[in-house]
Design a protein around this ligand. Structure first.
Ligand SMILES: C[S@@+](CC[C@H](N)C(=O)[O-])C[C@H]1O[C@@H](n2cnc3c(N)ncnc32)[C@H](O)[C@@H]1O
Length: 433
């Protein structure tokens, strides 16, 4: 396919996403099945175009003054790929398989409209209804923080210290250009290609040997702040496919016991293969049988309960930009209810003197400080460590300035820490350990 034909395909895909409000990945998969002539390079390029548009959907459309997929693509080519009106016109030629030629109005918009004149929510590429909460969280930095979440995400790996060292892994992955991350002592960052996609690291022999996992540096830091120690009793209540569980097992050097569970057994299922590959041997997986996971026997016994809570995922908009536009106020309200539930559930398992670590991949205060505040109001005996304290204890004293708005946790963001947006609060249960 020519570059112009790929643009036509991206417009088609974006129109389908709009019309059926379906996840981008599903629509792209369907498009590939219906257009079998398109090779893998074409499909990757079309996906890259669609994701680049979705990251900046509001600003790209505003630039063209039109709420259409076509406007999104043209605006993205100007804003993200820095093409001028002539270069865009050369692609929008109207020739076979190319999109219709640029109209006079489109050309005019490209030359005369400037993003700095757009409303703040548009400049930040944040949905209008979420802007008050977002602006409240970040104040004068809100536009820049939104723009950070509209960038392409890096490809980060966490070296599995149960199997190797970071030095060995970086040497092994040097052909991919892997370099040590700045903050996580176990992280590697792999450069993206020109289309914004990283290499398929899961086919590397070192991946198959369990030397590393794909994990954003922010997620690595969040689990490190929990400070799971060798020999401790730990509950990972929302383990999902086990990203944090694997990291906890490495932090604990396979010593002590981790109970990993999740209310959704389909999400939990891949954990078994991942534990095996990683050589994690101190994890007991508790698969729920129809109802909520059985945790009664763990009541009041855990040194650490990790709650990687269900959330809006607003901190991962770089990776899942369509979720940003699909999100609705009622789904946010549902997540806040879920968060209250998992906090209550997790608290019951913490032993006196133990800790409850609450994590989200969100930047929205309602899901972060708001959830922690509501929990502390309803629960005697827990108190929040100050972010400075929690960070210093985990060896991240330099991040002390990244406290959340109400000071109950740490807030990482692409702009602050070049990571996904993660929130972490460390809550201690009073009493003798
Ligand atoms: C952010 S994801 C977890 C990601 C995972 N910890 C990782 O690092 O890959 C949140 C998880 O919480 C689970 N969840 C939601 N409500 C729950 C509940 N009441 N009890 C246990 N897990 C729950 C969801 O099924 C989902 O897998």
């Amino acid at each position: 396919m020519t570059p112009a034909a790929r643009l036509s395909a991206a417009i088609e895909v974006l129109a389908d996403i709009d019309a059926r409000r379906r996840p981008a990945a599903d629509v792209l998969k369907d498009w590939g099945l219906a257009h079998r002539f398109a090779g893998s390079g074409d499909r990757a390029a079309i996906a890259s175009l669609a994701y680049d548009v979705l990251r900046r959907r509001a600003s790209a459309r505003w630039l063209l003054d039109a709420e259409t997929p076509r406007a999104g693509v043209i605006g993205m080519l100007a804003l993200q790929r820095r093409l001028d009106a002539d270069a865009i016109a050369a692609l929008f030629s109207g020739e076979r398989f190319a999109p219709e030629p640029l109209t006079a109005a489109e050309r005019e918009a490209l030359v005369t409209r400037h993003l700095e004149e757009a409303p703040p929510a548009v400049q930040a590429d944040v949905p209008d209804w979420l802007w008050p909460a977002f602006a409240g969280a970040f104040g004068a930095e809100a536009i820049a923080e939104g723009q950070g979440l509209a960038e392409r995400a890096p490809l980060d790996l966490r070296v599995n210290t149960l199997k190797t060292s970071r030095d060995k892994a970086v040497a092994e992955l040097s052909p991919l250009g892997a370099a040590e991350t700045v903050l996580s002592p176990w992280g590697l960052r792999v450069p993206l290609g020109a289309d914004g996609r990283g290499p398929s690291v899961q086919v590397e022999p070192s991946f198959l040997k369990g030397w590393f996992e794909v994990q954003d540096e922010g997620s690595q830091i969040a689990a490190l702040i929990a400070r799971a120690e060798p020999g401790e009793q730990v509950l990972d209540l929302c383990a999902g496919a086990g990203g944090k569980t694997l990291e906890l097992a490495a932090t604990m050097a396979n010593k002590g016991q981790i109970y990993a569970t999740d209310s959704d057994k389909r999400r939990l299922a891949p954990i078994h293969d991942r534990l095996e590959r990683a050589g994690a041997r101190n994890v007991q997986v508790r698969t729920p049988r129809g109802g909520p996971p059985e945790l009664g026997d763990l009541a009041g016994r855990m040194d650490l309960v990790l709650i990687d809570a269900p959330c809006s995922g607003s901190g991962t908009w770089r990776r899942n930009p369509d979720a940003k536009w699909r999100m609705r106020p009622n789904s946010l309200a549902d997540r806040i209810k879920d968060q209250a539930g998992v906090l209550r559930q997790g608290a019951a398992a913490v032993k006196p003197g133990g800790r409850l670590v609450y994590i989200t991949c969100s930047v929205l205060p309602e899901e972060n400080d708001g959830a922690v505040e509501a929990f502390l109001r309803g629960q005697d005996g827990f108190s929040a460590a100050t972010p400075a304290e929690a960070l210093a204890a985990a060896g991240f004293a330099g991040l002390g300035r990244h406290a959340s708005p109400r000071g109950l946790g740490v807030q990482l963001t692409p702009r602050r820490t070049a990571t996904d947006g993660f929130y972490v609060a460390v809550l201690r249960r009073g009493g003798d350990a």
